[in-house]
Design a protein around this ligand. Sequence first.
Ligand code: 0X9
Ligand code: ZN
Length: 319
Amino acid sequence: MEIFFRQTDRQGNAFFSSYRRLNEIHEFVDKLSEDYPNITEVISVGKSSEGRDLKAIKIGSKTSTKSSKSAIWIDGGIHAREWISPATVTYIAYRLTNDYSSDEEVKDLVDHFDWYILPVVNPDGYEFSHNFNRMWRKSRRGGFIFCKGVDLNRNFGFHWKEGGSSSSPCSDTYAGSQAFSEPETKAISDYLSQRKENFIAYLAVHSYSQLWLTPWGWTSDLPDDYDQMVAVAQEATQALSEVHGTKYRIGSSTNILYVATGGADDWAYGSAGIKYSYTLELRDTGRYGFLLPSEQIIPTGEETFAGIKAMAKAIKREA
Ligand code: 0X9
Ligand code: ZN
């Protein structure tokens, strides 16, 4: 058993030493599930417009006496160029499984919650950003040679296209032809809607700016649960900063960033009724921006994992 864990540790360190292609992330997720069959299940949430799998992993022990567990959703890679996001989200899945047997705190959180982790919401854009254009943001559907793709974080059906998004296919914030016109956003919303009573938290992981954002992105008004969301985010960012000193700011998207409608977090909170819905903007604050060096994958993973654990602990206490 011990050798087994040490091997997995080595795998983790090697895997997270560089930014990985989609097929490597998918293989890693499959491997995690093979290594920890009792607490994991590989899930297909749907397919991208170019036919790539939206491969996710569900992590949760079946030992709980409760028939239906509370669930936490974490996704990454909705914006192609934000490479630290899929890397970090995959790292979270790695630690939740790898540490289950050795860390009481992790065991407790995996026993209590079902974790649904989708590292790459936008696999077509992610691959395009590796193959052709490192600064690509959107998906790759529609358009001609130029002006392809939809900003999937403007395509969710809640106050869709009411501000901070564009109706021009050439724009980097093109909202799509209608709400949920894109297979990626439709798949996520269908998946969550079928199970929404179980979901207590939704995390959309982006980069960069070091922000722990609450809804709303469509109005400067604050959501009903704002105070509780902020209290949980404070515990999370406190734990996060204790790891490597990285400082996060907390606030609503509109108030500390900008108005942008059709975002996943607003939909998760406003339509799916998921009480703790956040967008995380990971490292850094602009020195490297989207081009965060790969040496920062593990430190970013470590601190984000600490933040997410603290968040889950706080939610568990509240609920
Ligand atoms: O603009 C976005 O989609 C996010 N920032 S990013 O630089 N990663 O593109 C922020 C989204 C915040 N949430 C909402 N506006 N709903
Ligand atoms: Zn983003």
